[in-house]
Design a protein around this ligand. Structure first.
Ligand SMILES: Cc1cc2nc3c(=O)[nH]c(=O)nc-3n(C[C@H](O)[C@H](O)[C@H](O)COP(=O)(O)O)c2cc1C
Length: 293
């Protein structure tokens, strides 16, 4: 069963960071489909439920998005997906998981999207979602009609070929312990969900994902980029811990594609006895294969 009109393995390589949009509103039918999708998929894998709002301009009403700034990174977006969440354990991973699922739903509708975790004017988006005390906006997404479909198609071919500024497979996936690369052959049917993780978007394209297979378990770790979170700019702009959002994105790609392949399982935070090389790597969660229990 797929969530979308096509399998996720087809949609994931189609997504790219679209930063230039046509100056035309997103058709109402697409907005309605997206709103329905969002309302029927409200809870992240760790159980938190951020609230999301899809704001969009209609024909002749370009003023409705007035004030929603992106420091010039985005040209012509006619809609934004904005979310607010209560900071708690794993709320950022949930936020990343859910927003990426919505982005894939938008991609399935042929729309362009771009994650924005730093380049958006926080106060204007806070007003737009009527932020409540204790809530934060970890990231937003620009949405609209893709200005240059040809460029998108070229990019699709490169992404499908795996040559799109992504880390090589061996640096991300290990067998039983860190430093022991997992080959595609040894990954078996899981080679596809892992490849979909590799193609995912990440803040500043840092790709902080590390996955270690151990028997029937797939342990997800965050390899933090040195100095990234503590950078002065992040502090001044009050930027969230986006590398945890990246882990949620990886979980989304992995689970959607595993389920489509009939590889059922569930997420669990476990006691894992695998030696972690260095203090930049943190254990987050494990995908436990169902038929192994
Ligand atoms: C959590 C997150 C935050 C991001 N923040 C921004 C941003 O503030 N500005 C921007 O232009 N791109 C942003 N991006 C997009 C990344 O730069 C992009 O995903 C990455 O370079 C890979 O390129 P691709 O999305 O075209 O595959 C963000 C992506 C993620 C996942």
């Amino acid at each position: 069963m797929t969530l979308f009109s096509k399998p996720s393995v087809e949609i994931i390589p189609q997504r790219f960071s679209c930063r230039t949009f046509l100056d035309e509103p997103v058709p109402a039918a697409c907005l309605n489909t997206l709103r329905t999708f969002i309302s029927t998929h409200p809870i992240g894998p760790f159980g938190s439920q951020p609230r999301f709002k899809l704001v969009a301009s209609s024909q002749g009403d370009s003023a409705s998005l007035h004030g929603l700034g992106t420091y010039g990174f985005i040209q012509g977006a006619t809609a934004y997906l904005v979310g607010a969440s209560h900071p708690e354990a794993h709320s950022l991973e949930d936020y990343g998981y859910l927003l990426e699922e919505y982005i894939l739903a938008a991609t399935d509708l042929g729309l362009g999207t771009c994650w924005l975790g730093g380049s958006f004017t926080r106060s204007s988006f806070c007003r737009r979602i009527s932020i409540l005390a204790g809530e934060e906006i970890p990231a937003v997404t620009a949405l609209g009609l893709i200005a240059d479909p040809e460029k998108a198609r070229d990019g699709f071919l490169r992404r499908r070929a795996g040559s799109h500024g992504r880390r090589v497979w061996e640096r991300m996936f290990s067998d039983e312990k860190f430093g022991n690369p997992l080959s595609k052959a040894a990954a078996g049917k899981y080679a596809i969900p892992l490849e979909m993780v590799r193609l995912g978007p990440s803040a500043s394209n840092k790709q902080p994902w590390q996955i270690v297979r151990s028997g029937i378990d797939w342990h997800f770790y965050l390899r933090r980029t040195s100095g990234y979170q503590d950078g002065i700019l992040n502090k001044v702009l009050d930027i969230s811990d986006l590398q945890r959002v990246d882990i949620g994105i990886a979980m989304c790609h992995f689970e959607l594609t595993a389920r489509e392949l009939g590889l059922t399982g569930h997420w669990l935070v476990k006691q894992v006895n695998i030696e972690i090389p260095g203090d930049q790597i943190e254990y987050i969660v494990t995908w436990c294969e169902a038929n192994g229990e």
